[in-house]
Design a protein around this ligand. Structure first.
Ligand code: AMP
Ligand code: ZN
Length: 484
């Protein structure tokens, strides 16, 4: 196993990533999308760098459990469902399906576990009860529950926010926030449980404080702890989540368990478009679909979104996307020239997590760039420099190149990967997969998504292609260890 280094927002330093548990499995949690609309390419910039972190760790011989949630209840999802006159479940199922399809097209690996907020209400209520018992939270008259920030002295350490400025509302709680949460003792306090309002329609759960729904922050704490334990190794998200979302996650988790919540915070910078924040009103908010409609390929989009350093703002432009496409074409042409006619066996396992660690002779610089805080631009520069001076038919270089490209997730475009050979697919899995495919054809996305998740829970991923699908066995080291 080889170590990698990653910037930690908490310590503000680049640190070696080391698992804390004796089973050596790294526990990773990333905040997932809110499923009410298409994810935009900014969201995908964040999901892509998380994918590269994961692929790199796997290629370095680490074992991981990677959890990325779905936020399927909040104001936006509730309003969306009402607008379409459908249930919250149906509404979020459609958008979840589209999100999965986009992820697949962008060659983002499926998470090992993909929990939904609405399926973990019990866990969230239990956490809130503990917080109330320990006097870190209070109930207001209409039945909402708030976290009392003054009860947690370390609040603000992650983002460097000073608590007094919060008190003075210097971080911009809007009138809408305030109207929504009028019962708070302090403007800083955030909602753990939101009491039912008539606008919520049919969306509510019973709780010890009456009908209502959880706040956004508690969802992630409850799901992260359920699947990864009280202290997780790496927690990721876009930089905008650092405050207040992650600050709030830390406060409520530490106050429940008395233990550190996260050892390593992994935040990625935002994507801008034409030098501006993306927004619908500026007409510069792109989805994957928008760019595909303009004729761009998904591989070029992936390449463009990963090609800047993740801790710097990336300015996305259509001409940058053209440049990404031509860089990819150049790489492909070079690879064809260097390896045409060579009968080398594929170095990349189709089942990526089972990758064996290889030694690097030619692309050491490229792999070292990734190992030191995921420096993708430097890695790409190294690849081009090496290929420019390479001799034809070098098998070792072929092996290294395939591996580095598969860490970047551009291998499918550059190499004709073999279809995986599944030795044995259990009958019940085949039946489930066939039912899912049928449900998808029938556009019953709720059912097809449900079946896909059943398969995921049993360790199988489905990869759709134009005429059908294939199944891939996933490995979950924590489940595997428990079985043995
Ligand atoms: P959301 O669905 O809004 O909760 O966002 C999902 C993920 O995308 C989060 O990790 C956000 O921090 C991240 N994100 C949102 N906007 C951008 C952006 N413009 N650039 C990069 N990441 C973003
Ligand atoms: Zn979160």
């Amino acid at each position: 196993m080889e170590t990698i280094k990653l910037y930690n927002t908490q310590s503000r330093a680049i640190e070696v990533v080391v698992p804390q548990h004796i089973d050596n499995v790294l526990r990773i949690y990333c905040c997932g999308p809110t499923v009410y609309h298409y994810a935009h390419i900014g969201n995908f910039r964040t999901f892509l760098i998380q994918d590269i972190l994961r692929r790199l760790l796997l290629a370095m011989g680490h074992r991981l459990r990677f959890v990325r949630n779905l936020t399927d209840v909040d104001d936006k999802t509730i309003h969306g469902a009402q607008r379409e006159n459908t249930s919250l479940e149906n509404f979020t199922a459609q958008w979840t399906h589209i999100f999965h399809t986009d992820c697949q097209e962008l060659n983002i690996l499926d998470p090992d576990v993909e929990p939904r907020a609405t399926e973990h209400i019990g866990e969230q209520i239990a956490m809130i009860e503990t917080l109330i018992r320990k006097k870190h939270a209070y109930v207001v008259s209409e039945g909402s529950v708030y976290f009392r920030i003054s009860s947690y002295t370390a609040y603000g350490k992650l983002s460097g926010i000073d608590r007094q400025s919060l008190q003075n509302n210097e971080h911009g709680a809007t009138q809408a926030d305030l109207a929504d949460e009028y019962g708070r003792d302090s403007i800083r306090d955030f909602a753990l449980w939101k009491a039912y309002k008539p606008e919520d329609g049919a969306v509510f759960w019973e709780s010890p404080w009456g009908k209502g729904r959880p706040g956004w922050h508690i969802e992630c704490s409850a799901m992260a702890m359920k699947y990864l334990g009280e202290t997780i190794d790496i927690h990721g998200g876009g930089i905008d989540l650092c405050f207040p979302h992650h600050e709030n996650e830390i406060a409520q988790s530490v106050c429940v368990t008395g233990k550190p919540f996260v050892r390593h915070w992994f935040h990625s910078e935002h994507l801008q478009v034409d030098g501006q924040k993306m927004s619908k009103s500026l007409g510069n908010l792109f989805t994957l679909k928008d760019l595909k409609n303009k004729g761009y390929g998904v591989h070029a989009i992936r390449y463009a979104l990963i090609s800047g350093h993740y801790r710097q703002i990336l300015n996305f432009t259509l001409s940058g996307l053209d440049a990404a496409q031509s860089a990819l074409n150049k790489l492909k042409t070079k690879i064809m020239h260097l390896f045409q006619g060579c009968d080398f066996s594929p170095a990349i396992a189709t089942n990526f997590p089972s990758q064996a660690v290889i030694t690097y002779e030619y692309l050491r610089g490229a792999i070292e760039a990734l190992k030191c805080d995921l420096n993708v631009p430097q890695c790409l520069g190294e690849i081009f420099a090496v290929l420019n001076n390479a001799t034809v038919g070098n098998e070792q270089l072929w092996k290294e190149l395939q591996t580095v490209c598969s860490i970047l997730g551009i291998e499918t475009y550059l190499f004709d990967r073999e279809e995986p050979r599944i030795v044995e697919i259990p009958r019940d899995i085949e039946i489930l997969a066939a039912r899912r495919w049928q449900a998808k054809q029938d556009k019953n996305f709720k059912e097809s998504d449900h079946l896909r998740r059943l398969l995921m829970e049993q360790g199988w991923s489905i990869i759709d292609h134009q005429e059908g699908y294939r199944l891939e066995k996933k490995r979950d080291p924590i489940i595997d260890a428990a079985k043995n």
